[in-house]
Each structure stands twice: as structure tokens, then as C-alpha cells.
Design a binder for this molecule. Structure first.
Ligand code: KG4
Ligand code: ZN
Length: 338
């Protein structure tokens, strides 16, 4: 089965073709980062308008790159939610229209299921069951994954998502958007020990976490630096380093606890923050071959993860009617198992 995947939940227009026999055949992405960067965050209406402009050319591109014609596509998977409602609707409307025109089935996919299953696109795939740490701009959660669609929430952030904390901290320090890569880059030049950061909720036995306090901590330090007139680039790098270390320590500690509490030994990390080198290498150090990540380009939003998840569900016979629907909020626990 060959599935066209469409992802438009936020600020990346991404499409891909996944084949159940040959694997990923083509993927393409247009990032709107530049469009939103002057605003320091995603402007929903601009995102929707740009998705409309980019989708069809990108779909034509992946069909060409896959060396197929539209007739060879057996099904369409699109991100149904959660995400920005206008942005989601652009993908849903196009998916439903193409499915109607081509007389093939279509299916809405949960964005986080896409992220969770993205490591399945790698050569070295994890086996079920595993614990997944989903860390993106909108979510930070630990989930027990027994199979596709069998998800049990173990813990989540009580306030900001980890990626959101990276983004807000970078904005505060004037490091640009999106914040994760900017903080990670600045941290490379940071000197350890100049600032000290707490490790929120790390010592609590549960698996919830909290990141808004770290962001406030940065604000307090930055204001002190301003009054002392030390707002040079090195100071930003030193703050970035300690902030990143604090986030990574909390995430790593909670992952270890989740593995211990579930008795499982496989960990999957996915979502934009799983691109973070320090997080990856710390987990690798501790868990060795028992930790699995998506390929770097499939950590952040992409069409391949939606095409893959859609392919598994379509193969299992799951389809939808032609109504165009999207869900700004959608609980992962509501998904059907396959
Ligand atoms: O999964 P994603 O592309 O979109 C959402 O579904 O949210 O994740 C985007 C988030 C942003 O907050 C971005 O700052 C963060 O992932 N991110 C990183 C890194 N690369 C992206 N955070 C830390 N380190 C990185 N290298
Ligand atoms: Zn995402």
C-alpha cells in the first residue's frame, strides 16, 4: 500500500509517500520559520495561508521523486489534530478533496501518534512495548506504548512544554526563533558554573514535570544581568547552557523513573526536542542500545511520520467518511487500537 501523508498542524508544510513494501519513498517540507521569525512565534492565520500556497507543489514534488503517478497512491493520511485549527483544516480539506477525486480512502492521524511512531522509519526500530518521551513545542509527556493505538499516559508537564520553555527562553535572551536549536547552539559556547538552576519536580516520585519555573528563573537572572549591565553574548551562552542542562536533567531523570516504574527497558524519544544533542547523548550514555530516536529530520514535524502512521491504520482497514474535520485538541487516549 502506498500512502500520501500530509502534515500541516503548525508551521511546517510537510508531505511524504510511504510504501508498506518499500518504506519511505519521498518526503518534502517547507518550513515557515522565516515567515514567523519577526513575530517571535507562529502567527496562526499566516501559517494557514502559507500551507494553502505550498501544499499542492509539494505533493507534486513527492509524487515525482517517488517515481510514481497519482494513480499509484492507495490512501491519504493527514494530521487531524491537535494543532492550530486553521492550519489543520488546510491539510484536512486538501486530503479529503484528493481522496474524493482519486476515489481512495483517507484517514485523519493524531499528530503525536505520528511523532511516537517516527522512530519506526529508521533502520533500527524499537519493539513494543516501550516507554516514549514525547517532547515537542506543544507537549511533554511520558507514555507507555504497548502497540499502535495502545497508549497509556504516565506523566506530563503541569505547565509549559519543554520545547515551549526553550522557545520562550530564547526569545527572552534575544536568541531568535525557534528557540531549541538557538539555545543548543549558544550552550555550546557556555561556561559551566556561572549560574545555578533548579531541577523542578525531579525528586518527586511521580512522572509529571514543570518547566515554567525555569523560564521564570531565566527572566530573573536576565533582569539582574541587565541592572549590572552584563548582557553580552557570553552571558547569554552561559545562561543557555545551564537552562539546557536543567531541562535535560529533569527529562532524563523522569525517563529513568518511567522505565523503572513500568519495568520496561526500551525508551523512545520523539518530538522536536528529541533533536537536542545533549538530551540524546545523555540518554545514550545511560541506556545504550535501549534508547531509540527518529532520524534527526523526523524529530520535528514532518510528513513521513503521518504517512507511516496512516499506512499502518489504513492497512488495518480504518477509514473515515468525506467530512472535513480537524481537532485543535485531541486526547491520545481516545485513539483506536489497530
Ligand atoms: O515537534 P515539533 O517540530 O513541533 C511541535 O509539535 O511542537 O517541535 C518543535 C519544538 C520547538 O519548541 C523547538 O524549539 C524544539 O522543538 N526544538 C529543540 C531542538 N530542535 C527543535 N529543542 C531543543 N533542542 C533542539 N535541538
Ligand atoms: Zn510536532
Amino acid at each position: 500500500m502506498q500512502v500520501l501523508g500530509i502534515e500541516t498542524s503548525c508551521d511546517e508544510t510537510a508531505v511524504a509517500i510511504y510504501c508498506s513494501k518499500d518504506g519511505l519513498k519521498a518526503d518534502a517540507l517547507f518550513s515557515q520559520v522565516e515567515l514567523h521569525s519577526i513575530y517571535g512565534g507562529v502567527v496562526p492565520e499566516l501559517a494557514s495561508r502559507d500551507h494553502i500556497k505550498r501544499l499542492l507543489p509539494l505533493i507534486k514534488k513527492v509524487i515525482n521523486e517517488a517515481g510514481i503517478t497519482a494513480h499509484a497512491i492507495d490512501g491519504i493520511a493527514y494530521t487531524k489534530g491537535p494543532g492550530l485549527i486553521g492550519a489543520l483544516l488546510t491539510g484536512a480539506a486538501l486530503a479529503k478533496s484528493l481522496a474524493f477525486a482519486w476515489n481512495i480512502p483517507s484517514l485523519g492521524i493524531h499528530h503525536l501518534e505520528g511523532h511516537l511512531l517516527a522512530p519506526m522509519l529508521a533502520d533500527n526500530k524499537p519493539h513494543f512495548p516501550f516507554v516514549a518521551l514525547l517532547v515537542s513545542g506543544g507537549h511533554t509527556m511520558l507514555i507507555r506504548v504497548d502497540d499502535i493505538g495502545k497508549y497509556q499516559m504516565l506523566g506530563e508537564t503541569l505547565d509549559d512544554a519543554a520545547g515551549e520553555a526553550f522557545d520562550k527562553t530564547a526569545k527572552l535572551l534575544g536568541l531568535g526563533y525557534p528557540g531549541g536549536p538557538q539555545i543548543a547552539n549558544a550552550a555550546l559556547n557556555g561556561v559551566k558554573g556561572r549560574f545555578s538552576f533548579p531541577r523542578p519536580l525531579l525528586n518527586r516520585p511521580d512522572l509529571d514535570c514543570s518547566f515554567s519555573g525555569l523560564k521564570t528563573h531565566v527572566l530573573t537572572i536576565w533582569q539582574q544581568c541587565k541592572t549590572q549591565n552584563i548582557v553580552d553574548h557570553q552571558t547569554k551562552c552561559d545562561i543557555a547552557l545551564e537552562f539546557q542542562n536543567a531541562v535535560v536533567d529533569v527529562l532524563v531523570g523522569k525517563c529513568q523513573k518511567a522505565l523503572h516504574q513500568t519495568g520496561l527497558n526500551t525508551l523512545v524519544i520523539a518530538g522536536g526536542v528529541s533533536a537536542n544533542d545533549v538530551l540524546r547523548s545523555k540518554l545514550k550514555q545511560i541506556l545504550g542500545d535501549n534508547v531509540f530516536y527518529p532520524h534527526l529530520k523526523f524529530c520535528t514535524d514532518n510528513g513521513a511520520m503521518i504517512a507511516y502512521a496512516g499506512c499502518q491504520r489504513l492497512l488495518a482497514g480504518q477509514i473515515e467518511d468525506n467530512a472535513i474535520k480537524a481537532l485543535a485538541r485531541w486526547n491520545l487516549g481516545e485513539l483506536k487500537a489497530i
